[in-house]
Design a protein around this ligand. Structure first.
Ligand code: NAG
Ligand code: NAG
Ligand code: NAG
Ligand code: NAG
Ligand code: NAG
Ligand code: NAG
Ligand code: NAG
Ligand code: NAG
Length: 472
């Protein structure tokens, strides 16, 4: 108590600030006064918070010490303190009211204190100016719903790499929040009310969680949201109106999930969307008009999926598209995607849509496939060859000349497989599943034959590089 009174009395006029900042610097710390008084106590082997700080301190850095405990008013009264950092300590208990006496605090960082786990309702009491709160990597599994009730200015919440199983109810109704980082938790659902009242939210990161359920209209209240990360979750289905209301959204990442069908209702409200990631899913079917209202779209990632064909109608209207990524799909280069070849030719900047089938064109780029015409002028599909590793049931016929063509190709491809990190991800998706045309690994006899089958129907498309369609 005496120390607090002393602090208040000692708060001196600005002229003497330099002297005051340095004079009352805690042991093992460095205090500098340039524009404002900074107290640097990082990596100072401190076992607890120093008992006194210069009362004009504007920022305090206590990172990488061994602080375990924050008592009530742990920092005394520091009326000018704007930034306090306690990252990488070993804090396991924060007494309610620990940050009382810091009325100007804007930024509080306590990331990587892995024993925090739990926070009392009144932990952040009196931080009425706090804008940024960092509690990443603190093993939090839940927080009280009303913990932020006295933080009206809070805008940015760094909660990534914790153990949350649901989106913390505490953020509900936080109308001033603009950025919420919740990646790398264990969140399983986005409920209809999880994001209620976040009217200023611009950025929401939920990547790398375990989300498998998204309720109807879950993002309806997020009218200002521009960036939404839902990639690397367990989403296999979405309600038809899941993204309704996201009328300012510029980027939506749904990559690395288990989507199979793309519905033409999902994206209907996303009129400002510029970038859409649907890569690394299991998409084999896209409904007509799925991208119809995406009039701002410039980049679409559809690579690393299970697409064999792509109806032209999917892209109505096509004129807006800047780049389309289509590599790593088991393309069936029959007449249904002849339009894509024409599209590639007319825009010139397209490369590498390697065909997986029919067998006569397997491994050949769509660009180089020659479509024959019937006497009436209709496109004729390239033929299916009767070669062992392409027939539905293995025959005992010797390999044709295709064999040598493939064996050199395959050795190159196998080589690349080891080198490319990207390929590992694709392999992961497909390695334990049925082959694209429905055959299972068990069908082939020898190991070599097996590798040809696998490589030709999967890795072959997978290993060719980027496909870029650039319009105008
Ligand atoms: C951090 O705190 C935990 C529990 O409070 C303790 O078990 C652990 O030994 C501490 N680690 C260090 C490096 O002091
Ligand atoms: C948001 O900020 C405004 C002005 O800074 C404030 O009046 C309001 O109470 C804040 N909202 C909440 C929910 O704290
Ligand atoms: C995907 O679409 C196909 C074709 O319309 C349909 O047969 C299948 O049931 C759909 N699958 C899912 C998961 O919606
Ligand atoms: C596109 O938006 C309009 C108006 O916003 C809507 O009527 C239409 O149904 C949308 N299209 C699709 C495919 O949802
Ligand atoms: C392939 O074999 C099937 C029956 O095994 C035959 O009907 C078909 O005509 C053959 N195709 C070619 C291109 O030889
Ligand atoms: C591959 O997966 C790893 C981890 O799962 C991820 O960090 C990396 O970004 C992925 N690479 C690509 C190209 O998707
Ligand atoms: C492949 O599937 C088998 C049986 O379903 C399972 O035991 C194994 O763990 C799976 N391997 C991978 C890499 O998922
Ligand atoms: C890819 O699609 C085919 C049908 O077109 C299906 O039989 C196969 O199981 C799918 N593969 C994966 C990995 O989803």
């Amino acid at each position: 108590m005496f120390a607090i009174i002393l602090n208040v009395i000692l708060c001196v006029p600005h002229v003497q600030a330099v002297w005051a900042c340095v004079r009352s610097c805690p042991a093992n710390c460095v205090c500098t006064q340039e524009r404002s008084c900074s107290v640097l106590c990082d990596r100072a082997s401190l076992g607890h918070v120093p008992s006194e700080f210069p009362c004009e301190a504007s920022s305090i850095n206590l990172d990488k010490n061994n602080i375990k405990f924050l008592s009530e008013r742990a920092f005394g009264t520091l009326p000018s303190l704007k930034s306090l950092s306690l990252n990488h300590n070993n804090i396991s208990f924060i007494t309610p009211g620990a940050f009382k006496g810091l009325p100007s605090l804007i930024e509080l960082k306590m990331a990587h204190n892995e024993y925090i786990r739990y926070l009392h309702l009144r932990t952040f009491t009196a931080l009425r100016r706090l804008v940024r709160l960092d509690l990443a990597g603190c093993n939090l599994f839940n927080i009280p719903d009303r913990i932020f009730i006295e933080l009206p200015a809070l805008q940015e919440l760094f909660f990534f790499q914790n153990n949350f199983r649901r989106i913390p109810g505490a953020i509900r109704g936080m109308e001033n929040l603009t950025h919420v980082y919740l990646e790398r938790n264990r969140i399983e659902a986005v409920a209809y009310n999880s994001l209620q009242g976040l009217t200023k939210l611009k950025y929401l990161n939920l990547q790398d969680n375990r989300i498998n359920v998204i309720h109807e209209r879950a993002f309806q209240g997020c009218q200002k949201t521009e960036y939404l990360y839902l990639n690397d979750n367990l989403i296999s289905e979405l309600p038809e109106n899941s993204f309704d209301g996201l009328r300012c959204l510029k980027m939506l990442n749904l990559g690395g999930n288990f989507l199979r069908n793309i519905s033409n209702t999902w994206f209907r409200d996303l009129v400002e969307l510029e970038v859409l990631y649907l890569d690394r899913n299991r998409i084999s079917y896209i409904e007509e008009g799925a991208f119809e209202n995406l009039t701002s779209l410039v980049i679409l990632h559809l690579n690393s999926n299970n697409l064999t064909t792509l109806p032209f109608s999917v892209f109505h209207p096509v004129y807006f598209l800047g780049r389309l990524y289509l590599f790593r799909n088991p393309w069936e280069c029959d007449c249904r995607i002849e339009w894509l070849k024409e599209w590639m030719e007319s825009y010139r900047l397209v490369r590498d849509i390697p065909c997986a089938s029919p067998s006569s064109v397997a491994g050949i780029d769509l660009m180089d496939v020659l479509y024959n015409r019937s006497p009436e002028g209709y496109c004729l599909d390239p033929v299916e060859l009767n070669v062992t590793f392409y027939s539905p049931t293995p025959s005992r016929e010797p390999f044709s000349t295709t064999e040598s063509k493939f064996s050199s190709l395959i050795s190159k491809l196998l080589l690349q497989m080891d080198l490319s990190e990207d390929v590992a991800n694709t392999t992961e998706v497909f390695s334990n599943t049925t082959l694209p045309d429905g055959r299972t690994d068990g069908v082939s006899s020898g190991a070599w034959e097996h590798s040809i089958q696998a490589v030709s129907s999967f890795y072959l498309p997978a290993l060719f590089t980027v496909v870029i369609l650039q319009s105008k």
